[in-house]
Every structure is written in structure tokens, then in C-alpha cells.
Design a protein around this ligand. Structure first.
Ligand code: SF4
Length: 172
């Protein structure tokens, strides 16, 4: 049975203590974070803590990628294609467990990666998926500030697709 670990709580502790570096500073921008194997910060996270992640995946990989090949350029559940060269860091988008985000007043209950337009569901049975916008492994019970409902994303896509030459568009 696959073994997962919760890394988020530990991540937040590190972020709070200043141990995590490299805040991307690109919140609200167009991405621009490259998925690389930087050797930063996570020696502390490699301490045996209550981290869980897929077997054989380092803390660094878990946070920053690269993710397995099957996810690298996969489509999200709202058909957005992942670009491994244009991703946000988890730090930049307040990535954390959805429950904790609700407790912190950052979002409302019921919003998590599992029902986000950008989520790429688990493909290999390890319990983790990936994200079309954010680097590293993603648990469906996580959340970040880029959360968008699938319905909303699909409606936007339809609107864009139907926008050209559609004379029935409302004029308000
Ligand atoms: S909530 Fe954020 S990390 Fe999770 S799938 Fe959506 S965009 Fe990606």
C-alpha cells in the first residue's frame, strides 16, 4: 500500500521560521517559476519528521519537482496543459492543506486541489497528483490561492471558444 506523508504542516512551520527561502514573488503574475531540481532549503525537511510522500521521492522533489513524466505536460481536469517551465512555487501561492487554509480564513470549506480546475489527478496510484500551475507533488486535499472551480474554468473556456463570430453574445 502506498505510503504518503503530510508535508504541508512541516512546510508551513519552515516557512514561518524563515527556513524556506526563495519566495517567488510572482503571485498574481503569469508564473515564470521553472521546475528545477534546486538544492535549497529542504535539508531540514529531510529530517524524519511527519512528512509523507511517495516512496523514493525526496522532500526536494516533492516540493519542487520534477514530477513523474506522466504529469509533466499532462492536462488538468479542466483541460489546462501543464508547462513545467512556467509554474509557481508552492511558497508563492500559499500552498497548504485545505483544512488549514480554511482555519486560517484563506478560503471556504469544500475547496481543495481535488476539485480545482488545475488539478491533474493521480496517475500512478500513489495518492498524489500534480498541478497545471504549481510545481511539485500535490495532494487532492491541499489548496492554494490559485484555486478555481472546474465549472468556472470550463465556462470561461467555452466563452473563449465561442467568442469569435458568435453573434448571439449578449450586449448587456
Ligand atoms: S488549488 Fe492550487 S495547487 Fe491545488 S490544483 Fe488548484 S491551482 Fe493547483
Amino acid at each position: 500500500m502506498a505510503r504518503f506523508v503530510r508535508t504541508r504542516r512541516r512546510f508551513l512551520e519552515l516557512a514561518g521560521s524563515g527556513a524556506v527561502v526563495g519566495i517567488a514573488g510572482c503571485l498574481g503574475g503569469g508564473g515564470g517559476q521553472q521546475e528545477t531540481e534546486t538544492e535549497t532549503t529542504t535539508e531540514a525537511m529531510d529530517d524524519d519528521h511527519d512528512e509523507e510522500r511517495p516512496e523514493g521521492v525526496s522532500a526536494e522533489e516533492f516540493e519542487h519537482g520534477p514530477v513523474p513524466e506522466a504529469y509533466r505536460t499532462a492536462l488538468s481536469q479542466a483541460n489546462e496543459q501543464r508547462d513545467p517551465d512556467d509554474l509557481f512555487t508552492k511558497e508563492a501561492v500559499k500552498f497548504q492543506e485545505a483544512d488549514e487554509a480554511v482555519e486560517a480564513g484563506l478560503t471556504e470549506a469544500g475547496r481543495d486541489c481535488g476539485n480545482c480546475a488545475e488539478y491533474i489527478p493521480d496517475k500512478n496510484g500513489d495518492g498524489f497528483g500534480a498541478c497545471a500551475k504549481v510545481e511539485g507533488y500535490v495532494d487532492p486535499e491541499d489548496w492554494c490561492s490559485l484555486w478555481e472551480s472546474i465549472e468556472e474554468a470550463e465556462a470561461e473556456a467555452e466563452e473563449e471558444a465561442g467568442g469569435d463570430g458568435d453573434e448571439t453574445a449578449s450586449v448587456a
